[in-house]
Design a protein around this ligand. Structure first.
Ligand code: DON
Length: 319
């Protein structure tokens, strides 16, 4: 009954209500068997399909977790908003906007046509073309410096030192011809700001960073609190950067299903092919789910179900 959804009060509900709702959502959706685990990167194909976690971090640092909250998986596309935020912070919002684009493509995450159809050859930082361009804009003269900048920045979002999953990196690096092709196209259009193959390599590393659902909730809460990590208290990006990143997430975080997602949850979110999904509740906190089976667009099926449910039950929608 979506017609009588509760209206947001500006605060998260009481702690025991949250804990109970998370448990409720977990129990309700844990046995869902829809969707396919991504297999286009060989190493992802072997991930157990029943892993499931639901986590929430409040902007005051309170943490809630149900299920496989500490299971380690690769961050994949959920890295995109955080790298975009770090780049906006480093080069300025206007530079980032005119060099990367901020309009939704309405097309799959690895679309080439989206780039071809754009008169200005711009997509947005949440799809592969725009994300590889974003990575190419990361400060640093060499690929290694760029990579260190990203690893350090994402670690500050998570509030702990992160590391790469070498096996996942090698598996994707050996099979990412499409992304290399996208990078070469961008390079040809002068929409890449570093070498194409090296940019793709750094992007592939960034996707291979090890993460947990609990980490993702903290990273998401950092965007919810205007750029301050609620656990460490560190300011990772300025509030204005955080706000603009969320605007892009709202229109493009779930690829061609971004409109449906906003319609249903009323919140900015970002999905990834390993089954991670973050949802940012500005001024309140960050929700993160992990469940590997994906829908046709590459979004976690149980992640979508849980988030829709919690958005309504906890009155999280922005609207
Ligand atoms: O670019 C790729 O293919 C992956 N490493 C990341 C893609 C991804 O997670 C898109 N998500 N739905």
């Amino acid at each position: 009954r979506t017609h009588d959804a509760v209206v947001s009060t500006g605060r998260l509900p009481a702690r025991d209500t949250i804990q109970q709702m998370l448990q409720d959502a977990y129990t309700r959706f844990r046995n869902g068997d829809e969707g396919r685990v991504a297999d286009y990167i060989p190493v992802l194909a072997s991930v157990p399909r029943d892993l499931f976690a639901v986590c929430l971090a409040g902007i005051d640092g309170e943490l809630y977790a149900v299920g496989d909250a500490k299971h380690v998986f690769t961050i994949q596309s959920v890295s995109k908003p955080f790298v975009f935020a770090l780049v906006c912070q480093a080069v300025g919002l206007e530079q980032a906007r005119c060099k990367l684009g901020v309009n939704a493509t309405g097309m799959p995450f690895d679309s080439v046509i989206a780039l071809e159809l754009s008169r200005e050859r711009l997509t947005n930082p949440m799809v592969n073309a725009g994300a590889i361009a974003t990575t190419s804009l990361v400060p640093g003269e060499t690929a290694d410096r760029k990579w260190q900048f990203i690893l350090d920045g994402l670690s500050r979002f998570a509030g702990r030192q992160l590391s790469i999953n070498e096996e996942a990196y090698r598996s994707e690096a050996a099979t990412n011809l499409r992304n290399r092709g996208i990078a070469k196209l961008l390079e040809g259009y002068q929409r890449l700001y570093f070498d194409g193959l090296e940019s793709t390599d750094v992007y592939t590393r960034q996707c291979s960073i090890n993460i947990t659902a609990q980490d993702l909730s903290v990273m998401s809460a950092t965007l919810a609190s205007g750029g301050v990590n609620p656990i460490t208290g560190e300011r990772v990006v300025d509030a204005v950067v955080s706000k603009r990143v969320l605007a892009v997430l709202a229109t493009a975080g779930l690829y061609e299903l971004s409109g449906e997602w906003l319609f249903e949850t009323g919140l900015p979110g970002k999905s990834g092919v390993s089954g991670g999904l973050i949802t940012v509740v500005p001024g309140k906190g960050g929700l993160a789910t992990f469940a590997p089976p994906l829908d046709e667009a590459g979004n976690s099926v149980r992640g979508l179900q849980v988030t829709r449910y919690l958005s309504e039950r906890l009155a999280l929608s922005l609207f």
